[in-house]
Design a protein around this ligand. Structure first.
Ligand code: DAH
Length: 461
């Protein structure tokens, strides 16, 4: 398969960006390039990929990389991005754009302190173009670059990210995240006290959210430690700035929704901080909101590991970062019931939204779904653990695209005599746009079965 990455041609080079910096135009949204792009511009690599035994990007995923949902300002994901961005002063936070999802393994993992055996690096979880390049799995892949080049002390990025995943109403192999970061430099400060006072003065400028947010976390402790070499006062000051900034965003978003939508449930909103762990922050937290019976993760954040600043060429700096998934929050705010809808090109979806406005999505009629089971014996000597669900998920997406709402493993057993292993998956076919016919579903099911046979040597049952 030849993957076309021509989207990177729209970019300006780092050199051009630096010229813009020199001109002081630091409040406009600008296109930034990552180092992969820089390589492209040097002409070493154009828009094709060198495949190797790591390559697992499918044609369906490659197509999604060209959709650029965030470039439509009336798309609910863009509306949410713009609302969130508007809570961070433009003069302080550069809006950076990284249109190309192709990044190096270094950018996505190594620069962020991911251990060599971290599960996120596995081929079953990540789309590899080849051994050295992946489709970014998170916008954190641009942290080092962003901390390195921006003229302002803060940055914001929103972009498409890719992960091999299950098929259900809240998971899709492509989704969108936004990343934010803020740093301070102790240069010119005569003491830690003065430095802390500077960070605290910046915190005091952030409006306090009126919304109730439960925070039982400690500033740091053995399970969520402060970094060696960072004083407790600095760590706490950074944490306060981080939490105040993010509480403001969440508070204002949910308050406005509750005010603007008379049909919104009047149950008191529950939002809480919990401890978390990320390779590139310490201490780290997540914020969760209680929504329709479940605690929903809104974002991860923390005090940035010094290693990230070292990689960015500014070892003296300290700061924080946050990464937030846009889809889940947009589903809550706009009442969008299925993640596939974000990718719909149906005007009945797209025409419901207006830039700057969060309005409740009005479902067009739900078309009935139909199940088909796909059962097979694994090749002799293969255990069910060696066949990864995500391998089947990618086959289903290749064959049936968004006509599948859900895939679940419903049966797994080992034959008592032959010791062969059998798996059975249930596939729910359901379109959001039209009624599906049995004949077409049968063709898709046959196709999925045949592909499984060819790719994995299974015996169909
Ligand atoms: N990149 C993380 C993820 O996708 C989210 C995240 C956590 C981003 C902590 C951050 C951060 O910037 O500081 O799960």
């Amino acid at each position: 398969m030849r993957i076309n990455w021509s989207c990177c041609r729209q970019l300006v080079s780092i050199q051009k960006l630096l010229k813009v910096r020199a001109g002081g135009l630091h409040t406009t949204t600008r296109q930034l390039s990552n180092s992969t792009q820089a390589r492209n511009e040097e002409g070493k690599r154009e828009d094709s990929i060198e495949k190797d035994e790591w390559t697992n990007v499918t044609a369906t995923i490659e197509r999604l990389t060209h959709r650029k949902l965030l470039s439509n300002p009336a798309h609910p994901l863009s509306i949410l991005r713009d609302i969130i961005f508007s809570k961070f002063p433009e003069r302080e936070y550069t809006r950076a754009n990284f249109p190309n999802p192709r990044v190096s393994v270094y950018e996505n993992f190594d620069s962020l302190n991911f251990a060599p055996d971290h599960i996120g690096r596995s081929k079953t979880d990540t789309y590899y173009l080849n051994k050295h390049e992946v489709l970014r799995t998170h916008t954190s892949a641009h942290q080092v670059e962003s901390f390195r080049v921006h003229p302002t002390p803060g940055f914001l990025v929103a972009a498409d990210v890719y992960r091999r995943d299950e098929i259900d109403r809240t998971h899709y192999p492509a989704f969108h995240q936004m990343e934010g970061g803020r740093w301070w430099s102790p240069e010119g400060m005569s003491s830690v006290k003065e430095f802390v006072a500077k960070i605290e003065a910046d915190t005091a400028k952030i409006p306090v959210s009126g919304i109730k947010i439960v925070d039982d976390t400690l500033p740091f402790h053995d399970g969520n430690p402060r970094q060696d070499g960072q004083s407790p006062e600095v760590c706490i000051a950074l944490t306060n700035h981080l939490k105040r900034s993010l509480e403001r965003v969440v508070g204002e978003i949910f308050e406005n929704i509750a005010d603007g939508d008379p049909s919104a449930t009047k149950e008191p909103l529950q939002i809480r901080w919990i401890d978390a762990t990320f390779p590139f922050t310490s201490p780290s937290w997540e914020m969760e909101v209680y929504w329709q019976g479940d605690w929903l993760e809104l974002f991860g954040c923390g005090v940035t590991q010094q290693r990230v600043f070292e990689q960015a060429g500014h070892p003296e700096r300290v700061g924080w970062a946050v990464g937030l998934g846009l889809e889940r929050l947009a589903m809550v705010l706009f009442g969008i019931p299925d993640i596939r809808l974000f990718w719909s090109e149906d005007p009945r979806f797209l025409e419901q939204f207006t830039p700057g406005v969060v309005n409740a999505f009005k479902p067009f009629s739900k078309y009935p779904g139909t199940y088909r089971d796909v059962a097979f014996w694994l090749k002799d000597g293969t255990t069910p653990e060696q066949f990864h669900d995500n391998d089947l998920m990618d086959i289903v997406r290749e064959v049936a695209g968004d006509l599948v709402e859900n895939v679940s493993l419903i049966d797994k057993f080992t034959h008592p005599k032959t010791k062969r292993n059998s798996l059975c998956y249930r596939v729910l076919f359901q379109s959001m746009e039209r009624t599906l016919y049995n004949d077409e579903i049968n063709v898709l099911q046959d196709n999925i079965r045949e592909t499984l046979k060819i790719k994995f040597g299974v015996e169909l049952r």
